[in-house]
Design a protein around this ligand. Structure first.
Ligand code: GRF
Length: 192
């Protein structure tokens, strides 16, 4: 399955997805890494891994989200992309893009959804006194961080944890969970 990974920043999940795709029995290949932020750190990682990259900045489109998305969508279709994996893509998507890729767009979120949609998930989990945190891979629907859950991984919250420490522990779990879930998902598509 031909996958595009959409990023805005570091791209550590993206790098994990690319790395896992090197396994001979992996069901997907990353054919494009697309960023909405020029010079996003992940772009260099993708290039180093020999994966095609593209940047479509949202800034020039101003408030017209759909116009930006139309440019993104065109790039995805030109590259023959079948499945989108959002990985730290910091844009709220319009119903137009979500509708066009329904059932074919995945996201990873750094909490045990339905707990803590949105930002600052780790600070919120610590402040709530939760015993554990984690990450969720889910299908993207119109509601932010609301789509059907495909898989989760849990990590303990330890005494003295800061959001940064917890984020690091959760990211390690993300880097295992996302490639695994994307692989299972694409296997399912191939059988369908
Ligand atoms: C991850 O924590 C992911 O769950 C969230 O954004 C972060 C992206 O990190 N959606 P990276 O760019 O993959 O390192």
């Amino acid at each position: 399955t031909r996958v595009a990974v959409l990023i805005s920043g570091t791209g550590s999940n993206m790098a994990a997805l690319i790395e896992a795709a090197n396994a001979p029995d992996c069901a997907y290949e990353v054919v494009l890494v697309l960023s909405n932020v020029e010079g996003a750190g992940g772009l260099k990682l993708a290039e180093a891994a020999g994966v095609r990259t593209a940047t479509i900045a949202h800034k020039p489109f101003g408030k017209d989200r759909e116009a930006h998305e139309k440019a993104v969508d065109q790039a995805l279709r030109d590259a023959g992309v079948e499945v989108i994996a959002l990985a730290g893509y910091m844009r709220v998507l319009t119903p137009w893009l979500v509708g066009g890729w329904r059932g074919r767009m995945l996201n990873i979120h750094p909490s045990l959804l339905p707990l803590y949609p949105g930002l600052d998930t780790h600070a919120r989990a610590i402040a709530a006194g939760d015993a554990e945190a984690g990450c969720t891979v889910h299908l993207v629907t119109e509601g932010v961080d609301e789509g059907p859950i495909l898989g989760q991984a849990r990590v303990p919250i330890q005494q003295g944890d800061t959001p940064a420490l917890l984020a690091e522990r959760v990211k390690t779990a993300e880097h295992r969970l996302y490639p695994q879930q994307l692989d299972v998902f694409c296997r399912g598509l191939e059988r369908a």
